[in-house]
Design a protein around this ligand. Sequence first.
Ligand SMILES: [Mn+2]
Length: 356
Amino acid sequence: MKFLHCADLHLGCPKGKERMNAFRRMMKFCEDQEIALLLIAGDLFDSPDPDENTIQQVFSVFSENPRLCVLIAAGNHDPFMKDSVYDRALPDNVYVFPGTWSCVEIAELHVRVWGQSFTAQTAEPFALPTKKVKPKEGFADLGLLHGEVTNTSQYRAIPKEMIRQSGLVYLALGHIHERSDILRAGTTLYAQAGCLQGMGFDEIGEKGAYLGELDGNRNLAMSFVMLSDSQTVERTLNITGCKHLTDIYRKYEQQIGDVRPNRLKLTLMGETLLQNPDALEMLLSKYTGGFLLEDETTPPRALSAGEDTLKGAFIRQMEEMIADKERQGLSAKVEKAALQYGLMAFSGEVNTDADS
Ligand SMILES: [Mn+2]
């Protein structure tokens, strides 16, 4: 029996076209791979009342594959409450868990799936019912929850001890947009699937879902499936020795190049005088689907720092001021800029209206 575990699709969010594309790609994957069970670990929608067009698209795609069982544990973004997106007639193959830990038994798949929805924007820590449920002969128990594996969180803390005691074969989790590895507590495997499609610069790398294959002896094999449209990639570029924007531009073209449709988080390193980051951003953004520049360059630790010249004395004094500020835990941003401009002035690259 094959199942797919996804989470945090955030459909219906502003500029959410890529997220909808990833959702459609995932549903196509389910059909092509004859997945029997789709576990959605919360935040399918970005809000409890997304626009009607989004709702219709999502539910009609579910209906198009009636053999697929779709189980949803609502999350903090799309809690299951009165008049929310889930408080309506749903397609026959879709089930949303209530706010209490309970199970659905799917006889033809020989599984029971346990789950619990958010019913508000926050949720109490997860606790198993005191009366322990007995395993059922011939059935594997799976779990589905939105929350974080920790002891304290307003977004349903899930203590590891609870997972260990759960008796589940696998617990499918959502909420954390960065996926976890397949982890273990006792005999239970568990994982955060991560979001299906990243959008921001804090959602780095390949996104997708976990594919599970369960055999008749409750042996489980899990693997990751990449399903996202574009991704955010991180790169660094050392621009030591680059004097002008065109030098940086050329170096970028040689070492990184076109990353579209991906978004790029570019960190500039090295010793240089980066004069106009905005212009650089404009030059390079044509090669990316979105651009974030982090400047971690340092002013050239001028070879002339040891010189017995006016320039040498200036550098030593500025470096002392910077070190002094940093010792006090203060920002030395102004002093660093002063050092940059001073060095530029020494090399004749700046005139008196440099700060305009
Ligand atoms: Mn969430």
